[in-house]
Write a protein that binds this ligand. Structure first.
Ligand code: GTP
Ligand code: MG
Length: 640
């Protein structure tokens, strides 16, 4: 069965609650104080099946002091019934509620001219004309204006017919998207525990689901679901639902929080948005403190105007703003919101969230304005793929070398997690992004990085021709210390794949050859031989250079090269030729073969066998220990 959430709107005492009662048989005013004062204070709920559509009514208060509660009610509605009493006609909260519905882009609606039993035909006609004037050029232009009386029942059938008509055309909500239910009531029921209610604006909630209550990121478990007073296995988008929760105290939850699929939203205190300032409001100035209303939440914050000349947005005009909130909110791209003045709290503006986690970059620039324009889309229907794609490109650019986490496609753009991989593939296929591990990088960022790698390697090879390249971490530190390691890895892999660089212990240009000068080449040959000949007792570098007849500076460079090539090996402060160490290893292995488990070696026999002093014997024996060829036991060593 199709489910439609209908909100009332209109000035105090114009007959909203009486109309809901007449249509559904349920009095939405449930509080003692409401009954005593004869006014609605907080949201009221009722439902009624008309033909094959389930209408859930959210009845709002008209009193100007309770607009805050009204705002918590209209967030998820599909359809508004603007209630205007024929005897009073259009009044201040008629205008304010209507403006709120228009700014929130409530998709459809109609007007009920109530209390017709109190007026004559001329008065009714005047009210009708004033209503037409009010809604001209808006989503309600041309919508039915139905005269009714809750007292006599006149016009109620026509109103039901008009509701049916409007409901048929009302937009369906996606049950495939992530679950999101802004909480409007929290209470405890005997035998059940904590229950929350709200309109499920997207996704589905089933018994046994694990959800997060945010802000706060409390994990809760769904014990039971009710839709319109009946127990159900699940509730789907577009339905009002009561959710019985386990694992959470009543005090931990309140109106303004949302139940969401865990991991799909991030709390935020910053958001970029489009804004439209009401023509009857004052100009919206940079720095204005406002009350930000979204879903069922109200958060204080300040407005910053995006753009180079951003000091104010004039009444009736539109622009881009950055909202700086004083407390965390749970926002998604495409969310509609309302701004009210801090004091007195009157509605001044509203708009659409473009980016719920914008970078903390400067906003008073033409570039920032351009960025906002690129993020803007027509929110009157489901966001088109092309707009989501453009948003992804902007956010990948924003991220620069930090790169964009793939999960941001969901948390920042609202792409369903199950669709994210396919969207990434499309972006990559069209050359708009490069996928590297968990992140997405702008192709030009990666190209810049690749060029920088090539430049740095080229200059390194020029200045140190005997170096075999730059160690990977050193290169990353130098070029990309603040960038995402996956992006760096991807740049190296691409360059290596294109045979531009060689990645070993060190990274070098593929064209790099060790070019030794004739003097260095002579030094290399002489030193290598000298180390081989020195066997187990090599002198220090200086003496070795003398012995080989090589100038100290040349010897220094050449020995470094031989060490990197592992032709020479450092053992503590000594340097041995690799072949010498191989001989040592072979000797130890032979001892093992000859003596088996009884094979032992100690410092004295080692000194004697290899004709070396303690100075060499000790480091070499410790070297064997480190190589796990021997193990020290007391003064002797077991051969392993
Ligand atoms: N004569 C007449 N009185 C009506 C009609 N509808 C409502 N009333 C009366 O008008 C008064 C206000 O009606 P409500 O339904 O409480 O008005 P409301 O718009 O819900 O008011 P708030 O919720 O406080 O904004 C009540 O005394 C109703 O009995 C109607 O069609 N005819
Ligand atoms: Mg009421």
């Amino acid at each position: 069965m199709k489910s439609i959430v209908v909100g009332t709107a209109g000035h105090i005492d114009h007959g909203k609650s009486a109309l809901v009662l007449a249509l559904t048989g349920t009095d939405p005013d449930r509080l003692k104080e409401e009954k005593a004062r004869g006014i609605t204070i907080d949201l009221g709920f009722a439902h009624q099946i008309i033909e094959d559509i389930n209408f859930a009514f959210v009845d709002v208060p008209g009193h100007e002091r309770f607009v805050k509660n009204m705002l918590a009610g209209v967030g998820g509605i599909d359809l508004v019934v603007l209630v205007v009493a024929a005897d009073e006609s259009v009044m201040p909260q008629t205008r304010e509620h209507f403006a709120i519905c228009r700014l929130l882009q409530v998709p459809a609606g109609l007007v009920a001219l109530t209390k017709t039993d109190l007026v004559d035909d001329d008065t009714l006609e005047i009210a009708r004309l004033e209503v037409r004037d009010l809604v001209a050029g808006s989503f309600l232009e041309g919508a039915p204006i139905v005269p009714v009386s809750a007292r006599t029942g006149a016009g109620l059938d026509a109103l039901r017919a008009a509701l049916m008509q409007a409901a048929v055309g009302a937009l369906g909500r996606s049950a495939d998207a992530v679950a999101r239910l802004p909480i409007d009531r929290v209470f405890s029921m005997k035998g059940f525990g904590t229950v929350v209610t709200g309109t499920l604006v997207s996704g589905r909630i089933s018994t046994d689901d694990e959800l997060a209550a945010m802000p706060g990121d409390l994990r809760v478990k769904v014990r039971g679901v009710q839709v319109h007073g009946e127990r159900r296995p699940h509730a789907v988008a577009g339905q009002r639902a009561a959710i019985n929760l386990g694992g959470v105290d009543l005090d931990a939850l309140s109106r303004g929080q949302s139940l969401v699929t865990p991991g799909t939203f991030e709390e935020t205190r910053l958001a970029d948005a489009t804004v439209e300032v009401l023509s009857e409001a004052k100009a919206l100035k940079h720095g204005t403190r406002v009350r930000f209303h979204q879903g069922t939440a109200e958060v204080l914050g300040r407005v910053a105007i995006v753009g180079p000349s951003g000091s104010a947005i004039q009444p009736g005009a539109r622009g881009c703003i950055r909202l700086r909130l004083e407390a965390a909110a749970v926002l998604a791209r495409g969310d509609r919101y309302i701004l009210r003045a801090y004091s007195p709290p009157v509605t001044i503006a509203g708009g659409v969230i473009l980016d719920p986690q914008p970078p903390r970059s400067a906003i008073r620039s033409a570039a920032a304005q351009d960025r906002c324009a690129r993020l803007t889309f027509d929110p009157s229907s489901t966001e088109p793929l092309s707009a989501q794609r453009q948003a992804a490109v902007v956010m990948i650019e924003d991220a620069g070398i930090h790169a964009l986490q793939r999960t941001a496609l969901t948390t920042r753009i609202g792409i369903a997690p199950q669709d994210a991989a396919a969207r990434v593939d499309d972006l990559v296929a069209d050359g708009l992004a490069v996928a590297a591990g968990d992140v997405l990088v702008a192709p030009n960022v990666l190209a810049g990085l690749s060029n920088a790698v090539l430049d740095v390697l080229a200059s390194h090879h020029r200045s140190q021709p005997l170096s075999e390249g730059i160690p990977r971490e050193e290169l990353r530190e130098r070029l990309f210390s603040r960038g995402h390691p996956d992006a760096f890895q991807r740049a190296l892999a691409d360059l290596a794949g294109a045979n531009r660089i060689v990645v070993r212990d060190r990274i070098a240009l593929a064209t790099h050859r060790l070019e030794l000068s004739p003097e260095e080449e002579r030094g290399r040959v002489a030193l290598e031989r000298a180390y081989r000949d020195a066997g187990f007792a090599p002198p220090d570098l200086h003496a070795m250079a003398m012995r080989a007849g090589v100038a100290p500076a040349v010897a220094d460079r050449v020995v470094k090269l031989l060490l990197r090539q592992k032709i020479l090996v450092r053992v503590d402060t000594l340097v041995f030729h690799d072949e010498v160490l191989n001989r040592l290893r072979a000797h130890v292995a032979a001892l093992k073969t000859a003596h088996g488990a009884a094979a032992r070696i100690d410092v004295a026999t080692f000194k004697e066998r290899f004709g070396v002093s303690r100075k060499y014997a000790i480091p070499l024996l410790e070297y064997l220990d480190r190589e796990r060829l021997t193990r020290r036991v007391g003064d002797s060593r077991v051969i392993l």
